[in-house]
Design a protein around this ligand. Sequence first.
Ligand code: FAD
Length: 272
Amino acid sequence: MIPTGFEYERPDSVAAAVSLLERAGDGARPLAGGHSLLPMMKLRLAAPDLLVDLSGIADLRGIRDAEDHVAVGAMTTHAEVAASDLLAAACPVVAEAAAGIGDMQVRNRGTIGGALAHADAHADMPAVLLALGGSVIAEGPSGSRQIAADDLFLDHMTTALSADEILTEVRVPKLRSAAYVKFTNRAQDWATVGAAAAVAGGRARIALTGVASHAIRAAAAEQAFDGSNLAQAAARAADGLAPPSDTTASGEFRAHLATVMVERALRAAIDR
Ligand code: FAD
């Protein structure tokens, strides 16, 4: 329950943070809300030599209107995302999903950038960003790059970010007709299975959490969707997937939940 020893730095700019990460190599980790990294360190599942605390970088916080999208700073907390009037008006699914993450303590410390960079297989925000077709901005030693959500999530707790890159901004397309629903064992639990759907022009982007090693598009359901056949499209939600079994749910039950969650998400997106 006691982490291994580590150095600690709290830079006040993204450039300084990137430089610290670059110099330290693979042994350094950015620290955001600490709600995933610190428990992992206490369990010794992570043992960084250096923590680069991003909380002193004012540029990484805040939510602003950026014409065709809403730009959310990586260090914006789930509570701030949930309370955002701008997101509620332009892309309510993001605010609603943030409001359903963990409990108040988690939402007050955990950040949208941390949730996406951590990429837990059961996390909510990766599926939401995937369904919306959003992206993130990453800043590293050779500059900044935009990574589409489709290319970001590679495996459980593994993303396309390199060890010396910082996720600085989340770009959320403005789309009201999107929804996220999740099945949990108890209120405020992680998703056993969650589904996000974004509907526009009779087509849908659909993403699932809790059915694979990372958030994943429900490709067969997307292809089957014709704008109105919610149940038939949702029935294809788990096609091609082999959801894992664990103490929370069997793979078979997760596959069933995927069909139910996708139908509900499509219905909620269309009914907006
Ligand atoms: P940290 O723990 O600080 O960091 C997590 C990882 O991301 C680390 O590897 C870190 O180096 C990296 N990282 C962080 N920020 C950046 C960045 N800007 N650039 C590059 N790398 C970065 N999540 C859900 O989705 N749904 C839930 O229902 C849910 N319930 C929870 C319940 C509890 C009790 C707890 C403790 C957590 C829960 N979470 C849930 C996770 C929560 O959303 C965390 O806040 C999130 O996973 C990590 O965000 P963080 O800001 O705390 O990141």
